[in-house]
Design a protein around this ligand. Structure first.
Ligand code: FES
Length: 127
């Protein structure tokens, strides 16, 4: 399991600044990495690092990357939830960096959910 480095924490801090934009409704996509104990044990930190890298490379300013606690589904970890504005949120399960890479390209950027990695659609929103 990859360890978070100081640089990763700095990037998380920068990405968290976007949370203010979320409250103001000024974003297009919110990605939540579920980082409860079970998520971290299953590799959620690796997903967060992969997403930080994708987000940086994309140069997008309308995407928020954040974390949450346990989603209550240990056996499906590591998980993320992707919320595209005006669309139902999608919870993705049993992920790895390659799957996250595809989700970022196809869903976050392209707007098309990756059904084969999704557990559920429309279960919850944070807005
Ligand atoms: S820590 Fe995830 S279900 Fe208990």
């Amino acid at each position: 399991m990859a360890k978070l480095k100081v640089e990763d924490l700095k990037r998380i801090k920068e990405s968290m600044k976007g949370t203010v934009n979320l409250r103001q409704g000024d974003y297009r996509v919110k990605i939540t990495v579920h980082m409860g104990t079970c998520g971290i044990a299953a590799g959620a930190r690796t997903l967060m690092s992969a997403l930080l890298e994708k987000l940086e490379k994309s140069g997008a300013t309308d995407i928020i990357l954040t974390s949450s606690g346990c989603a209550g589904l240990c056996n499906h970890e590591p998980m993320i939830t992707v919320e595209v504005k005006e669309a139902a949120p999608v919870k993705y399960v049993k992920l790895d960096p390659d799957k996250v890479d595809r989700i970022f390209d196809e869903h976050v950027i392209g707007g098309h959910p990756v059904a084969e990695y999704a557990l559920s659609v429309g279960s919850e929103t944070t807005y």
